[in-house]
Design a protein around this ligand. Structure first.
Ligand code: SF4
Length: 303
């Protein structure tokens, strides 16, 4: 227990890059499997809202109902407040299963509207192209949500182009879900953990110095330069290195050595927009802690 406490004392986290939708964190003294578990939780277990069921009333556009429903499902919806407002995905999935079971005429009780309270919200769409000649595009921004906190993140996503006099009308149900169920419920477009390079360089003689000038061109992230004073290759930012080993292959022998650190890793992810970077990270950490608590509890019960 003491040892675990000491390890926790040495843990260090630093923000390396941060924008509205992207973050890179340097974790020091955190084992790689732990970071990989966090990455998987970010990608697959942090819930977000997405459209999951569409009831079409009218569709005379050139696209089938299924294609439009698929497109609607992939529209990112703001979910920051929804995490506290709506029921957990597991509850909604149970509702859906009962619903479909009933549809296939099995004797399963359909969830009452009370059961589904705080599970779904309706997002509605209704459009008609009244023009005789011009085409009309129906965008994500044209959707009408029953909850002003759950609206499309991006307003300019085209859903369907309507020809003259074509009509489309539907009600869509949006609910919370997790990426493990379908990628439309993932809050991130990418989440990864990468190694941190450990780069060492040696002095060069005059002939090798000229060759080194050319070989630096091959570095895809342009972090290498020549120091003519020290007669060696300089590394501007080792955290940018993607360990492609091009410099080792192209530069004079033994002028540069690349390995990776065993005490540092970079966790990075990009938000699709439903949740802020902060909310994704904090929710993922909460889920992680709950899982560890559950595991501890199970182990205790086994004793
Ligand atoms: S390993 Fe690749 S990215 Fe890293 S310094 Fe060498 S060429 Fe650049």
């Amino acid at each position: 227990m003491n040892e675990a406490y000491n390890v926790a004392q040495k843990i260090d986290v630093e923000i390396r890059k941060l924008t509205d939708i992207y973050i890179e964190l340097i974790f020091k003294n955190v084992p790689l499997p732990i970071l990989n578990a966090l990455r998987r939780i970010i990608q697959l277990e942090v819930p977000v809202m997405a459209i999951d069921e569409v009831i079409f009333y009218e569709n005379s556009t050139v696209l089938y109902d299924e294609i439009i429903a698929h497109r609607l499902g992939l529209i990112p919806l703001r979910s920051e407040e929804a995490l506290d407002k709506y029921g957990p995905p597991e509850k909604c999935i149970k509702c859906m299963e009962s619903y479909y079971a009933e549809a296939s005429e099995e004797a399963v009780e359909r969830p009452s509207s009370k059961d589904c309270e705080n599970c779904f919200i309706y997002i509605r769409g209704s459009v008609e192209n009244l023009d005789e000649e011009e085409l009309k595009t129906f965008y994500s921004g044209d959707l009408l949500s029953d909850d002003p906190d759950v609206v499309p993140v991006y307003k300019e996503i085209p859903i369907v182009i309507l020809g003259p006099h074509q009509r489309l009308s539907f009600d869509a149900k949006a609910r919370l879900g997790r990426g493990i169920e379908h990628s439309k419920f993932s809050p991130v477009s990418v989440a990864g953990v990468r190694y941190v390079a450990e780069i060492s360089t040696n002095s060069l003689d005059d002939t090798n110095l000229k060759d080194a000038e050319k070989c630096l061109e091959y570095c895809p992230v342009k972090i290498l330069e020549i120091s003519y004073e020290d007669k060696k290759i300089l590394v501007k930012d080792p955290y940018e290195c993607i360990l492609c080993m091009q410099c080792v292959k192209r530069c004079p022998e033994n002028s540069i050595k690349i390995s990776y650190r065993k005490d540092q890793y970079i966790l990075f992810f990009e938000s699709v927009g439903q949740l802020s970077i902060r909310k994704i990270l904090l929710t993922a950490i909460d889920i992680f802690i709950n899982k560890i608590d559950y595991l501890l509890q199970q182990i205790k019960e086994m004793r």
